[in-house]
Ligand binder design. Structure first.
Ligand SMILES: Cc1cc2nc3c(=O)[nH]c(=O)nc-3n(C[C@H](O)[C@H](O)[C@H](O)COP(=O)(O)OP(=O)(O)OC[C@H]3O[C@@H](n4cnc5c(N)ncnc54)[C@H](O)[C@@H]3O)c2cc1C
Length: 308
């Protein structure tokens, strides 16, 4: 039988903080490394306007993202890593290989694949407590500067980016009307004392275009079943996120991908693991551990001793 020709020892899908940490660790161990990124290196870091809990003095996500881009560039220039800008559609683990299929039709083979594709923003059509016209898509709150909030601004959902937005725009006087379902109650506490936030606990929201086509009619059913109508100039989305797993990864009931349930050649890092471990530092640590687990599983006891 012909020996397999691997495109890489370790293939990393997703170049957010987890994927870049995996690439750095793999390169430091002398593994031939390939990274697939479907959008922009740095992932969700680009959305974080204010950062306080990452060692090293980073104060915004884009700042850290730039440093990670520089890290990957350095690895590429040193010939230690290849970056492929394409989306992975499917991964698979087999006895002798792991495979990834790309959106452009290519397939790559590796000894192990680290999947670090994180989460994607929920759209209004993904949640049952919002009814909106088919063509409606709410721009994400984190991408909306205060200057774009002209007139009454309504936020769909009470997810954590709300707190980040308020901290990042501490000087903005913009009032935000936040419509949030019971499942977001526990997240609201951190913003409840900010005077710019008007909290509207809801059980259902229906959006319809105002007749002049400029703005939205917001019909709210509150938690007691009473109905209220508002006019909104701007409606932005803050609905939370869902796992962005490519096909072939084993998913739990909640859509997340428990590392322990995967084929041994498919390892899961970062936010994709669980809704509970969604932080930059844990994403990076989990990715480094995936690489070390691959490395020590494939190292012979004699041949690869002594690596730090
Ligand atoms: C507004 C906001 C504020 C936050 N604030 C903080 C904070 O203060 N502190 C903190 O620790 N954490 C914070 N987080 C969480 C933090 O951003 C995440 O925990 C971290 O980015 C997770 O890293 P990751 O690499 O797992 O995923 P991501 O950063 O989501 O990166 C995943 C990457 O995979 C790519 N990808 C997805 N699908 C595919 C595919 N099929 N093929 C190829 N590439 C793909 C994406 O384009 C992306 O680049 C915040 C998040 C948000 C949204």
């Amino acid at each position: 039988m012909n020996a397999l020709s691997y495109d890489a020892d370790l293939l990393v899908v997703g170049a957010g903080p987890a994927g870049v940490a995996a690439a750095l660790m793999a390169s430091s161990l002398g593994l031939r490394t390939m990274v697939l990124e479907g959008d922009i290196v740095g992932g969700r870091l680009h959305t974080i306007g204010s950062l306080e809990n990452v060692p090293g003095g980073w104060t915004t996500g884009p700042q850290l993202a730039e440093a990670l881009i520089a890290d990957l560039t350095r690895l590429q220039q040193a010939g230690l890593c290849t970056l492929v800008q394409e989306r992975a559609t499917k991964v698979g683990g087999y006895a002798d290989r792991a495979e990834v299929a790309l959106a452009d039709g290519r397939t790559f083979l590796a000894r192990t694949i680290v999947v670090a594709t994180g989460v994607a923003a929920l759209a209004p059509r993904d949640v049952d407590w919002v009814s909106a016209p088919d063509q409606f898509s709410a721009p994400p709150l984190w991408r909306t500067p205060p200057a774009a909030c002209t007139g009454p601004t309504f936020v769909l959902g009470g997810d954590r980016p709300l707190g980040t937005w308020l901290r990042a725009h501490a000087d903005a006087g913009t009032a935000l009307h936040v419509l949030y379902p019971p499942t977001d109650d526990y997240k609201i506490e951190e913003v409840s004392r900010d005077e710019r936030v008007r909290l509207l606990p809801v059980s259902h929201v229906t959006l319809a275009r105002l007749s002049d086509g400029d703005g939205w009619r917001v019909l709210v059913t509150d938690r007691q079943g009473a109905r209220h109508a508002y006019a909104a100039a701007t409606v932005v989305g803050n609905l939370g996120s869902k796992p962005a797993a490519p096909e072939g990864v084993v998913q739990g009931e909640d859509g997340y991908c428990p590392p322990q349930h995967q084929h041994h050649r498919i390892r899961i890092a970062g936010d994709l693991r669980s809704s509970r471990f969604q932080r930059i530092v844990t994403a990076q640590g989990s990715a480094a551990e995936c690489v070390l687990a691959h490395y020590y599983a494939s190292a012979s006891p004699v041949g690869k001793g002594g690596v730090q």
